[in-house]
Design a binder for this molecule. Structure first.
Ligand SMILES: [Zn+2]
Length: 625
């Protein structure tokens, strides 16, 4: 498969970060190239430079013509593995990552590069994708937004998390994650911008000093309390009734559309007031509501637009998003009904994700790890889907495991593959491989929580595009050994991903194993065309044993047993426990088990068994042939 992409590239390998004149030299020497993603990645970790956007007739943003690669610049202290886990949990897979020249162990600085499944030629889509990626991942240097953004390489000499074939899907990412607030990245990048970010930071620091020393301007008590993280004061001032939300989505909806910024910072005239973020003498701030009903704080002199959470982050100088959210919950008396269960489940999945991505799984289950080498993306994607499905115990199975559903088509779409049937088939084979290893478990309809089944049926009505239900089992020590044993067996049996099918497993390991991977085969038809369930429960095993005794006795006594007789005897004996269908089902099992067969009696058979009755009944006899 061709991994060639187009970008602006300069092959000079710097040993250190280019400075001053060197930067201009790089700009001048960037040329449009077709390069494989592997080669680009390898060059970048040795100091080459590139621009993801393809420019023609100049090297400014207005010269942008198309783009397939997208880069994010992390320099705010988030750690590499943390950022990687975050994007994975969002279901977005980077092609590779690399550390920049100024990366240090104690302060990670790195880039994450994505490749879209198609070349984007519409600048608006390009901007929207870039803004969406920046917005949902967070903690990204805003200057990397620009269409003409230049990325220097680094000196790490190692490509991180290479996954060159993986693609993102701009359309579905935007559809899934676009949020009006991300508009700020786009509007901030318009030509008039002037290093606003640095100024804001500096402004806040100066202000704190001012406050401590000789602040003369009036500071309203609410703003002061936010700056000083004075929860007690704000709780009283805002006097918000407590609310408990079912899940995070509800919580965020409320925060953005219901909370009142003007009330929070105690402003009367929404249209014009002195900015609370900088030393403002002419009113340059206002509060407005977007079309989607989200309140925004706007400072015209700093060219800054913030939602309530961001405003609190800036005002309170919060260094962690988590702390800012906790603060909001505290001052407004809000909580999210998150059970210990859902927290645990999410942590379990996070652990799996980091075990896989940090190559620890290799130590835990070496053979399984080898087997699933190419199925890892699929596995990570399924983990991320499961993670997003942790709402409440309602959606778990009897063992308390997270249950989720996805169609193979959707899965392949999320993985950024195009929608060709071949790709979908490949993904579905990877899934079966994961199921074989018991990394995920595929569920039969009767194992699916009813609520979830209802939801799923809404989305998939055609059988062809059927949603499969899966459970994720947590990696306790026993489970890890099961996984590894399965891995060893996979190897011993000489399975190949291309051969994955019901037949392959059936021939080599029998019906039960095959049916556990393809639960739809559990229901097979008997000789009358009746659907019978081949999965057995313990209770039905015992019942079958009892029933078979009666039949065998009959046959011993007179050589045969009529079907009617069986139904009659069993119906009497088990009247309260089983019905006729179940008897018939058991009967099939029993005949299989004891080498019996059911035939329609003819004259010869009637004579042989001394059957006196009228007609030609169905009889059960030993299958001698
Ligand atoms: Zn301002």
């Amino acid at each position: 498969m061709g991994n060639d992409i187009k970008c602006m590239y300069f092959n000079h390998k710097f040993k250190d970060k280019p400075q001053g004149k060197q930067c201009g030299w790089v700009q001048k020497n960037l040329t449009q190239v077709n390069i494989t993603i592997e080669n680009l990645a390898d060059a970048l970790v040795y100091g080459a430079s590139f621009k993801p956007g393809v420019l023609a007739g100049g090297n400014k943003a207005e010269n942008w013509i198309e783009q397939q690669l997208f880069g994010l610049d992390f320099d705010n202290g988030i750690r590499i593995e943390e950022a990687y886990n975050k994007v994975i949990s969002l279901g977005i897979m980077p092609c590779f990552m690399y550390t920049t020249f100024s990366h240090e162990e104690k302060h990670h600085k790195f880039r994450m590069i994505f490749c879209n499944n198609i070349i984007i030629t519409d600048g608006n889509i390009r901007d929207k994708l870039q803004a969406t990626l920046m917005g949902i991942i967070g903690g990204i240097d805003e200057v990397c937004f620009n269409r003409d953004r230049l990325f220097f390489g680094g000196k790490g000499h190692t490509v991180l998390y290479p996954n060159y074939d993986i693609r993102i899907n701009a359309e579905s990412i935007i559809k899934k994650y676009w949020n009006d607030e991300f508009e700020q990245y786009i509007s901030n990048a318009k030509p008039k911008s002037k290093k606003k970010k640095d100024r804001t930071d500096a402004g806040i620091k100066n202000k704190t000093v001012d406050t401590a020393k000789e602040r003369t301007t009036y500071e309203n008590p609410n703003v002061k309390a936010i700056k000083e993280h004075d929860i007690e004061y704000l709780r009283k001032a805002l006097a918000h009734d407590p609310i408990e939300f079912e899940n995070k989505n509800e919580f965020w909806d409320y925060i953005y559309s219901e909370l009142d910024i003007a009330e929070l910072i105690d402003i009367d005239d929404l249209k014009s007031f002195c900015c609370v973020l900088h030393d403002d003498h002419n009113p340059s701030a206002n509060i407005f509501t977007t079309q989607n009903g989200i309140q925004k704080y706007r400072c015209c002199s700093e060219n800054l637009t913030l939602n309530i959470k961001q405003l609190i982050e800036v005002l309170g100088d919060f260094k962690s998003e988590y702390k800012a959210i906790q603060f909001i919950m505290n001052i407004y008396n809000l909580s999210i009904k998150e059970s210990q269960w859902s927290i645990e489940q999410r942590e379990n999945i996070d652990l799996m994700i980091s075990n896989i991505t940090l190559n620890k799984f290799k130590e835990l289950c070496p053979q399984a790890d080898k087997n699933i080498k190419y199925a890892k993306d699929t596995f990570l994607m399924m983990l991320s889907i499961a993670r997003n499905n942790v709402y409440s115990e309602k959606f778990s199975n009897d063992d308390g495991e997270i249950v989720f559903y996805v169609t193979n088509k959707k899965l392949s779409e999320y993985l950024g593959k195009d929608n060709g049937q071949k790709k979908i088939d490949k993904v579905s084979k990877y899934v079966k491989m994961l199921v074989y290893h018991d990394l995920i478990r595929i569920l039969d309809n009767d194992q699916i929580p009813k609520e979830l089944l209802k939801n799923a049926l809404k989305y998939t009505n055609s059988n062809k595009n059927r949603a499969n239900f899966y459970a994720i089992l947590s990696w306790v020590i026993q489970q890890l050994s099961t996984i590894e044993n399965n891995g060893v067996r996979w190897k011993e049996k000489g399975y190949r991903i291309a051969g994955v099918s019901f037949d392959m497993f059936y021939r080599s390991e029998g019906f039960d194993v095959a049916a556990s991977i393809y639960p739809q085969y559990k229901k097979k038809k008997n000789e009358y065309g009746e659907i019978i369930d081949c999965s057995t429960t313990k209770a039905s095993d015992e019942r079958t044993l009892k029933i078979s005794k009666i039949i065998l006795q009959c046959i011993q006594q007179k050589g045969y047993c009529t079907e009617k007789e069986v139904v009659y005897i069993l119906g009497n004996k088990y009247r309260y426990e089983i019905n006729e269908t179940q008897i018939k089902r058991s009967l099939n099992e029993i005949m299989d088990l004891y080498g019996l067969k059911k035939v329609k009696a003819n004259e010869a058979l009637k004579e042989q068994y001394h059957i006196k009755s009228e007609g030609y009944p169905n009889i059960i006899i030993e299958d001698i042939t």
